[in-house]
Design a protein around this ligand. Structure first.
Ligand code: SAM
Length: 287
């Protein structure tokens, strides 16, 4: 679509210099300077003209511009005040419909305590997509927070470091299946997407990345907090049987066994073999 000027590697350097940005590891600041990559993320998410997208961590605006190019409305959350205040100008200079964009400056982990910014061209706030190159150090909590706070999100497509992508999309029984895999499965079905080379970033990180797409599912009928407590207990002692691992959660190993049997789960199994629905059954079981 005409009217958008994506950021090149030299644009990334020039913009950073002008803003006095020295990318920090603490904030996971690795900026993408490759139009092919940001377009790939947008098309992997399936964003179309008129969709309303939440972006966490827009940085200098690389992915933001590709979302706008696809005809989306974008509400962004950026923690870094310098980056957040520079974005409207970057968008206005590079896209012909800047009224489709708005940014709010806050920590995405505190989403529950803040209002998202509504693009001037929209009259209400109902983002159905989350598309982001997530800051690596808070990728999983940021993702789970967005699912929890924004029930309107139906598709979530994020770039995370490869190891986290594999973990998020892992099936039960796999070596990397863990707390993030099961908690994400409460909200959505995850599918691992394409690998993204570290070479598209500035500065270049020491790991590769990958996309993960989540399609929201109907949440199980159970108390989420209670189910997540069972998940945390089961994985806190990964090598132990569920009978042992859930002992302090249930009050004793014998009580854990009763709960497990009531849920139809063999107490000798390990947490890493259970689906989210198995964890729901344990939380809902009467001992
Ligand atoms: N989207 C940009 C891109 O693809 O070039 C930048 C991605 S960079 C990996 C992550 C961005 O998230 C940075 O701009 C960083 O300042 C921001 N960030 C880090 N922690 C954050 C948080 N807790 N809430 C919101 N933004 C955060």
């Amino acid at each position: 679509m005409a009217g958008t000027n994506l950021l090149t590697p030299s644009d990334i350097r020039t913009l950073s210099d002008r803003l006095g940005i020295r990318p920090t590891k603490t904030l996971g600041q690795n900026f993408v300077g490759d139009g092919g990559t940001v377009r790939k993320i947008v098309s992997h998410a399936g964003v179309c003209v008129g969709d309303h997208v939440l972006e966490i961590g827009p940085g200098l605006g690389s992915l933001t511009l590709a979302l706008l190019e696809a005809g989306a409305y974008v509400s962004a959350i950026e923690i870094d005040p310098v980056l957040a205040s520079a974005l409207p100008e970057t968008v206005a200079a590079r896209h012909d419909r800047p009224e489709r964009f708005a940014v709010a400056q806050f920590d995405a982990l505190k989403l529950a305590d803040h209002e998202l910014a509504v693009p001037p061209a929209l009259d209400r706030m109902v983002p159905t997509f989350l598309v982001a190159n997530l800051p690596y150090n808070v990728a999983v909590p940021a993702l789970l927070t967005a699912f929890e706070v924004l029930p309107s999100l139906t598709v979530v497509d994020v770039m995370v470091q490869l190891e986290v992508a594999e973990r998020l999309a892992a099936p039960p029984g796999s070596r990397v299946y863990g707390v993030p895999s099961v908690k994400a499965a409460w909200y959505a079905e995850a599918t691992r997407g394409p690998l993204i080379s570290r070479s598209v970033f500035w500065p270049v990180p020491n790991v590769d990345s990958a996309l993960v797409r989540f399609d929201r599912r109907r949440e199980p009928s159970a108390d989420r907090v209670a189910v997540f407590a069972v998940i945390d207990a089961a994985f806190s002692q990964r090598r132990k049987t569920l009978r042992q691992a859930l002992a302090s959660w249930a009050g004793s190993a014998a009580r854990a066994e009763e709960r497990l049997r009531a849920a139809g789960i063999d107490p000798q199994r390990r947490g890493e073999t259970l689906t989210i629905d198995d964890f729901v059954a344990i939380a809902n079981a009467e001992a």
